[in-house]
Design a protein around this ligand. Structure first.
Ligand SMILES: [Ca+2]
Ligand SMILES: [Ca+2]
Ligand SMILES: [Ca+2]
Ligand SMILES: [Ca+2]
Length: 122
């Protein structure tokens, strides 16, 4: 997967014995891949999602960690110079045009991610 893809699930598995196969870490015999929660989120299991064991719950399977890449559209910066205005019916703040010149705002970029660990790992 290349950088720059927003809202993509990233699964981390371990292979401590370097045999090229995912290690079984969840106490269930064999290797279970993590379920997949595709966008939109917070609706699992939606019709766009993959619930491998059809139990209605998002399971990590044998994944160590699961994360989703950042989306610029889901984390728009605020507080830009100038008034909020409407563009195509949407309130627009930090519109990338001449009016904001070279303002720098904290924001995410499409495709960034960091791991959050398995549930219960703190
Ligand atoms: Ca292995
Ligand atoms: Ca397993
Ligand atoms: Ca979903
Ligand atoms: Ca499941």
């Amino acid at each position: 997967m290349g950088a720059g893809h927003p809202r993509v699930q990233v699964n981390l598995y371990q292979d401590t014995n370097a045999d090229g196969n995912i290690d079984d870490i969840n106490g269930v015999a064999g290797v279970q891949l993590a379920d997949v929660d595709n966008y939109p989120f917070n609706n699992f299991p939606g019709t766009e999602d993959i619930d491998r064991n059809t139990n209605g719950v998002f399971d990590y399977g044998d994944a160590l960690q699961v994360a989703w890449t950042d989306s610029w559209d889901d984390n728009l910066p605020t507080g830009a110079q100038g008034d909020v205005f409407s563009l195509h019916g949407l309130p627009t703040d930090c519109y990338d045009g001449l009016r904001n010149f070279n303002q720098v705002r904290p924001a995410v970029f499409d495709g960034g991610y960091r791991s959050r660990g398995r549930p219960g790992d703190g």
